[in-house]
Design a binder for this molecule. Structure first.
Ligand code: ZN
Length: 102
């Protein structure tokens, strides 16, 4: 028997009622409009995605928001870029002095 919680990786596990209950409820609450703010303005486009504001495992309605596909994509790629920048910064660190050069 597979399935259930064991054996799966720990990232972003959605509760069983995510698609049947939580997700539609958040979309309805936000009136299917994207809540993403850019420069103080709410996007307001038609939303069909639900985003975790805080922790990926925090599924409380107040910690969820409706997003349009575009903003959701931006947000995901921004996180990807941030990770890439962090990697680059680490690579730019000055090289350690070789211990044999004394
Ligand atoms: Zn949007």
């Amino acid at each position: 028997m597979s399935g259930g919680w064991s054996g799966s990786n720990r990232r972003a596990e959605l509760p069983p009622n995510w698609y049947t209950d939580i997700r539609p409820r958040v979309l309805a609450r936000d009136e299917y409009r994207c809540r993403n703010r850019t420069g103080g303005r709410v996007c307001g486009r038609w939303a069909n995605q639900v985003d975790h504001i805080g922790d990926k495992n925090d599924h409380r309605p107040e910690m969820l928001q409706a997003l349009c596909a575009q903003c959701h994509g931006h947000k995901s790629s921004a996180q990807g870029n941030a990770a890439r920048w962090a990697l680059a910064a680490r690579r730019d660190r000055p090289a350690e002095r070789h211990p044999g050069l004394l």
